[in-house]
Design a protein around this ligand. Sequence first.
Ligand code: JHZ
Length: 394
Amino acid sequence: MNKFFLNLGVQPLANNFLKKFSSKQPTYNLKLYFNTKTKMVSISKRIPSSVMFNSKYPYRSSMSSTMQSSFKQLSSEIKKKFNPKLLLEIGSNDGALLTHFDKDRAIGVEPCKNLAKITRAKRYYTYDDYWDLKLSSKIKKKFSEVDLIYSANTLTHISNLNEVFKSINLILSDEGVLIIEDPSLLECIKNNAYDQFYNEHIYVFSAIALKNLLKKFNLEIFDVKNLPTHGGSLRYFIKKKNNKTRNVKLSVKKQFDKEIKNGLDKFKTYKDFATKSTKSKKLFIEILNKIKNNNKRIIGYGATAKASTVLNYCNIDNKIIDYFVDTTPDKSNRFIPGKNIKIKKYKKTLLDNVDYIYLGAWNFKNEIFKKEKAFIDNGGKFITHVPSPRIINK
Ligand code: JHZ
């Protein structure tokens, strides 16, 4: 049974960066639910994939050096541990991972045509289509089986998880490995990162909920790794249950135990998270107002989908935040979804005469602090809302 625990209010689509601000853009009510039987946490409203992921999708995986090195490290690990004959990536974005593999041993699936085009230009075979049974059988016809499937920050974006895993089972060889990587629900709860919820994040997985889901498809997690990326992610290594060539590692039990100890299987945990999120909103608004009342200047850094949740939930506009800076080409000279705050193409001088920076990309804090050492050395400060709203400079 799905039980409601948090209402994050009326929200725009988190990656809908308009050229001209309009208060009449599409919105939905962002409400969070916990399923007491499956232990899955999800949002209620499902926006069609074609509305969210199309030829105008702005997010690029390769925009941060943190993610680039994470993909590089992972590719060496995959080659060393699994040495796949053929790797398939579901949600290959701009090819940030694929490019570490030989062109005849890696294929991509990326429904956002603008991104698939970038990967194709690098000469990687890329299907610009949604991951479903039709596409899986089409790929199977051409390439037969694949022995490694990788998917980061994608499967949680697809409403019909039954079809997702059926389609994976269809094409994954009996001894093949599926690796998926998504924000960890435990880290999200610990960090009070309510901004991990928005229209694209239909689900935020815990290992417990994923295990329950995989059981239906005769799949099981045989290893799991905690990663620092995206504010704390989990990388799950999954195999077919009948595949006895791999043992289930202790890391899996350890993760389940940790999640149970932190109450991820209990509704009360989510009610507490909701209470903390409401408090976080109040404090965040207070901090920003206090700064503004002292006539200081605030800008934003990293126009993330997460920031869109925060700014709309807390109702922050350009009276508080002058503008955002971001390196993504398709976000510059556009507006924060739902808010009349302009995004400018990042350049260092945009940080001149700024007193405070709201860290929209808090998950890249280390990378950004390194890059903006001069701003900090000159007395500049950052504002974050994780794990609780505060002003920081280290
Ligand atoms: P970042 C997106 O979420 C959407 P977002 C999606 N739903 C998802 O799951 C995750 O990605 C994976 C900018 N930046 O990665 C680049 C700078 O400007 O936290 C990005 O716009 N300068 C698919 O949007 C943003 O910040 C920098 O130095 O929450 C980061 O977005 C750095 C490091 C980043 O994902």
